[in-house]
Design a protein around this ligand. Structure first.
Ligand SMILES: Nc1ncnc2c1ncn2[C@@H]1O[C@H](COP(=O)(O)OP(=O)(O)OP(=O)(O)O)[C@@H](O)[C@H]1O
Ligand SMILES: C[C@@](O)(CCO)CC(=O)[O-]
Ligand SMILES: [Mg+2]
Length: 334
């Protein structure tokens, strides 16, 4: 039997980082997906074919007529830890710890770019492997297992990314609980800096700063929580779109400033944010953990101009759509 599952990327509209400390956040699944095939193998081992992820630590030496490859196995194993933990967790849940499983991954989501590639790969793997092992799990349960995987690998995770990747759509999330917000088209542009940041390291950096100066960082996290409350109110209001977008834009700019104060922006991210605002975006901010990766802009009627401004500033624009669907079983071959 072979199973193919897929799970979407996400953007965080408001509340990244503060959500790790129990504040609310708002996120949406977007139409970039990670695909995972799962099948049994006879060896009893876990085998992972990650087709489009760069493995760090590979050294190649060339001499007259020979080529030597040396790999840093520790680093290679670390890169695959989300997938490995996901498979181990599902084998335990199914009480089939010794089953040999091979997974093969292809992904449209840039890695370490704030678009939830870690959550999507964990959720798609859990979806494919649980189906293979005959476990009946709801998408919500798969999101909770995805949260466990992120906790195991990163040490800290709010769970918002695996939740939105598993269930799709547009959500408000707080302390493990989510509420679907009404589906709406948002005129956004995502801008990719081309560089990456590690969520594990960025979350650890914010925690360290918070421990060193709680009297400064806690009010910032508190304000971020308030920005999200206000944004939820505006999203649920019956205000006209022009007023609604203008207010949301202002909140995005405040949220970006607060993220910058936490130290998770970079020069390139800020350049893309300011380029987007100058080209007429009503708001622009980092999305995801930062340290590189992506920003997004709210630009009703100005998406094309903002995309051009992001390109001129050295970024890659992506006009994405919100994905109603989360985890999907694409194919089951008996
Ligand atoms: N296609 C893939 N195959 C295997 N592992 C992947 C794949 N995509 C992502 N990963 C894993 O996820 C890690 C990146 O996760 P990380 O949480 O740091 O960033 P992100 O999820 O892309 O962004 P964010 O968490 O800010 O939304 C990679 O180093 C790798 O371990
Ligand atoms: C930085 C963070 O808030 C969002 C990453 O997309 C981490 C988390 O919520 O687990
Ligand atoms: Mg991640």
């Amino acid at each position: 039997m072979r199973v193919l599952a897929s799970a979407p990327a996400k953007i965080i509209l408001f509340g990244e980082h503060s959500v790790v400390y129990g504040k609310p956040a708002i996120a949406a699944a977007i139409n970039l997906r990670t695909y995972v095939w799962a099948e049994f193998n006879e060896t009893g081992a876990i085998k992972i074919e990650a087709k489009d992820i760069r493995v760090p630590g590979l050294t190649v030496s060339f001499s007259e007529d020979e080529i030597y490859f040396e790999s840093d196995y520790g680093k290679a194993a670390e890169v695959l830890s989300y997938v490995r933990e996901a498979i181990e967790l599902v084998r335990e849940e199914a009480d089939k710890r010794d089953k040999g499983i091979t997974v093969s991954i292809t992904s449209q989501i840039p890695v370490g770019a704030g678009l939830g590639s870690s959550a999507a790969v964990a959720v798609a793997t859990i979806g494919a492997v649980s189906k293979l092992l005959g476990l009946e799990l709801t998408n919500e349960e798969i999101g909770k297992l995805g949260h466990k995987v992120e906790l195991l690998v990163q040490g800290a995770s709010s769970g918002i990314d695996p939740t939105v990747s598993a269930i799709g759509g547009f959500i408000h999330y707080e302390k493990g609980r989510f509420e679907h917000l009404p589906f709406m088209e948002l005129p956004i542009v995502v801008g990719y800096t081309g560089s990456s940041g590690s969520t594990k390291e960025l979350v650890a950096m914010v925690r360290k700063t918070k421990e060193e100066m709680p009297e400064i960082i806690e009010p910032i996290l508190f304000s971020m929580g308030k920005v999200v409350e206000k944004a939820r109110e505006i999203l649920l209001s019956d205000l006209d779109d022009d007023v609604r977008f203008e207010r949301l834009g202002r909140l995005m700019n405040i949220n970006h400033g607060l993220l910058d104060a936490l130290g998770v922006s970079t020069k390139k991210l800020s350049e893309l944010v300011y380029a987007a605002r100058t080209a007429g975006a009503l708001g622009a901010k980092i999305t995801g953990a930062g340290g590189g990766g992506c920003m997004y802009a709210l630009a009703p009627g100005r998406q094309r101009e903002v995309a051009t401004a992001i390109t001129i500033a050295g970024g890659t624009p992506m006009i994405t759509e919100i994905s109603r669907e989360g985890l999907r079983i694409e194919e089951v071959i008996p």
